[in-house]
Design a protein around this ligand. Structure first.
Ligand SMILES: [Zn+2]
Ligand SMILES: [Zn+2]
Length: 346
């Protein structure tokens, strides 16, 4: 089968591009499913390995790609809940289900589980073999290729908003980085759970999209120097919850300065730099600063249902589609911030 392979070393891209080559179709075990990939999302996380020099958990050569949708091609002999021809998406986290963390119901931060496209080969390929327990059927109402982005760009914000921030009707939520692939979904999911949402990002024209996805107010950091002060003014002292979808230390600090007493700050954006929490606010306001990592495979059932019911919209989120052969071009555009969300089609 055709696959896009990262040969490393970490940080060597784009000088050493992902190589399109022919590799064996993966074999499945009795509890596994072979998925014929329809599409797989391009993600900034991959650029951390490819360009920024972060070491992937599995030594290259590694097939990247952790945001797949596809069709069941073959099921292992012990698999009873899926059948050939079914349309599916795949959770990129494969929790072990047995460690103390998994057994406490927090599979997203499993101690020993696998992550596709990181600890094992991923979905920038024609086929992917995964345990059936992380394969989730989707209805015909959801376009199969676009469904790929549910598995990260939608489900990761879902975990941040619902499980970590625990947004409730009537909450006011500020979203930093509200115009990106992750941020737009934080906006629309917080809105779907009854929050009043303020979107913050750099470019005004991009922020218009955040309005489309449910932000009632938008603040451009190019127009307003201290958005945290503006937010405090708009909300009579600060928001209940601030969610950072950028991973940048400046944005996290702004988020800390924009919440009211007893507020929560949730960081779901992925970065490599440490950030500072303003101490006086942390202590006097009893700020809760929380990380939000991935999602639980079981979250996908609810996310799929919400997309099916139109409570979460995915139309308009995929801005670019690349044949697998042009995946390096896709990553170049992603790297320059020229795409909202892109998918590769094998
Ligand atoms: Zn991703
Ligand atoms: Zn575990």
């Amino acid at each position: 089968m055709k696959a896009a392979v990262f040969y490393g070393p970490p940080g060597s891209w784009p000088q050493k591009p992902l190589k399109i080559e022919d590799v064996p179709v993966p074999k499945i075990g009795p509890k596994d499913v072979l998925v014929r990939i329809a599409a797989c999302g391009l993600c900034h996380t991959d650029l951390l390995y490819m360009k920024m020099g972060m070491r992937p958990p599995k030594e290259p050569p590694l097939i990247l790609g952790h945001e797949p949708s596809g069709v069941v091609e073959e099921v292992g002999e012990e698999v009873t809940n899926l059948k050939k021809g079914q349309k599916v998406i795949v959770s990129y986290t494969i929790p072990c289900g047995e460690c103390d963390v998994c057994r406490a119901g927090r599979e997203n931060i499993c101690i020993s589980g696998d992550v596709i496209g990181a600890t094992r080969d991923g979905a920038f390929a024609e086929y992917l073999a995964v345990p059936a327990k992380v394969v989730i059927p989707i209805p015909d109402s959801i376009p199969l290729q676009d469904a790929a982005i549910i598995t990260d760009a939608v489900a990761t914000p879902y975990h941040a908003v619902v499980n970590v921030a625990q947004v409730k009707p009537g909450d006011t939520v500020a979203v930093f980085g509200a115009s990106g692939g992750l941020g737009l979904n934080v906006v629309q999911i917080a809105k779907a759970f009854g929050a009043n949402v303020i979107g913050v990002a750099r470019r005004k024209w991009k922020l218009e999209k955040a309005k489309e996805f449910g932000a009632s107010e938008i603040i451009s950091t190019m127009e307003i120097e201290k958005p945290e002060l503006e937010i405090r003014k708009m909300t009579n002292g600060g928001v209940n919850i601030a969610i950072d979808a950028t991973g940048s230390p400046q944005a996290v600090e702004m988020a800390c300065r924009s919440v009211r007493n007893g507020g929560k700050v949730v960081v779901v954006g992925y970065g490599m730099q440490n950030f500072a929490v303003p101490f006086m606010r942390f202590l006097w306001y009893e700020l809760k600063v929380m990380g939000s990592c991935r999602y639980k495979p079981s979250d996908l059932f609810r996310v799929v249902e919400m997309v099916h019911k139109g409570m979460i919209k995915i139309e308009g989120l995929v801005s670019h589609r690349f044949p697998l052969e042009e995946i390096n071009k896709g990553y170049e555009m992603l790297d320059k911030g020229e795409v909202l969300r892109a998918i590769a089609i094998p």
